[in-house]
Design a protein around this ligand. Structure first.
Ligand code: ADP
Ligand code: MG
Length: 296
């Protein structure tokens, strides 16, 4: 049997065409909180926002981070993907936003992943977009509602809906970071300029703390020329903002969604699971470099 030696070589190029760094194991945290709030955002649907929220969240929880996921899409795919039946729940993010008597603690629910909680949503949330328009400080409603639990978590990730409407603006207005998944398909970049412009406006007018944590290439297939070209194009446009970690296209992701579990549990040894574990390390390293309080 042939043996192969794999060497950690700084000159090894990753899928993004840049030398692939080795991300250190971040090690346990001694003190938890306050959370970094991260919006997972792209107004295009089907690019991997929900999949990234679930699996990056689960991988960060494996690293001992206390994680809260907020389902901020009326489709409720994040809730379903974590095994929640959206019509069986009585307190959702909608109640949190619209009802004075509902607190963040009322809406929290545990997931099967140790250290990861969820604020679920269902179709009720679609009403919030219309109702919020008439609120005073309408861009800050989510941020104020989350305030009581920020101290309890290390990371709060908001799974945004595929639009740049008022719900998404609320997520951007309370976040420190944005993660932007991009599907490695033609037209991946369509709409990205508008997204960048929106992030820029929010950071100038509403939330100066906001920064882009990174762009994440998803549904990559190294066997096809066009996905390689699309990825090269993304790196060309956004340089170091593009995560070194790339998520391959594999049917294990939809399978895991149907099972209502993160891939890190559904198929723990799979390539998909290890990619999101790698992304968790890369993200923690970026946050550390960004001088994020407790990742120092
Ligand atoms: P979004 O939240 O941006 O609409 P999703 O995360 O729901 O996107 O992904 C859209 C669909 O693609 C889902 O069925 C999901 O299971 C599937 N999917 C997501 N990531 C991958 C991937 N890396 N490989 C294959 N299928 C994927
Ligand atoms: Mg989604």
């Amino acid at each position: 049997m042939a043996t192969r030696t794999v060497q950690a070589d700084a000159a090894v190029l990753g899928h993004t065409g840049r030398p692939m760094p080795v991300f250190a194991d971040p090690g346990p945290l001694e003190v938890h909180g306050p959370a970094r709030i991260v919006a997972v955002c792209n107004q295009k649907g089907g690019v991997g926002k929900t999949t990234t929220t679930i699996n990056l969240g689960a991988a960060l929880a494996e690293q001992g981070r206390r994680v809260l996921l907020v389902d901020f899409d009326p489709q409720g795919a994040l809730s379903v993907g974590l095994g929640i039946r959206p019509h069986d729940i009585d307190a959702t993010v909608y109640n949190l936003l619209m009802e004075r008597g509902t607190t963040a603690h009322d809406v929290l629910t545990k997931t099967q992943v140790h250290g990861m909680d969820l604020m679920p949503s269902n179709i009720d949330l679609s009403g919030a977009e219309v109702q919020l328009v008439h609120e005073v400080g309408r861009e800050y409603v989510l941020g104020s509602a989350l305030e009581p639990v920020v101290a309890d978590y290390d990371v709060i990730m908001i799974d945004c809906q595929p639009s740049l409407g008022l719900l998404t603006i609320n997520a951007l207005a309370c976040a420190q970071g944005v993660v932007i998944p991009l599907e490695c398909e033609y037209f991946a970049m369509r709409g990205v300029a508008l997204l960048m412009e929106t992030i820029d406006k929010v950071s100038r007018r509403l939330n100066p703390k906001l920064e882009i944590d990174g762009l994440l290439a998803t549904m990559y297939d190294s066997r096809t020329l066009h996905t390689r070209e699309v990825l090269a194009n993304i790196v060309n446009g956004f340089g170091d903002k593009v995560f070194h970690t790339v998520i391959n296209r594999t049917v294990r992701f939809p399978d895991a969604t149907v099972a209502g579990e993160p891939i890190t549990r559904f198929d723990s040894g799979s390539m998909g699971a290890s990619s999101y574990r790698e992304l968790a390390k890369e993200v923690l390293e970026r946050w550390r470099q960004a001088g994020d309080g407790h990742e120092g």
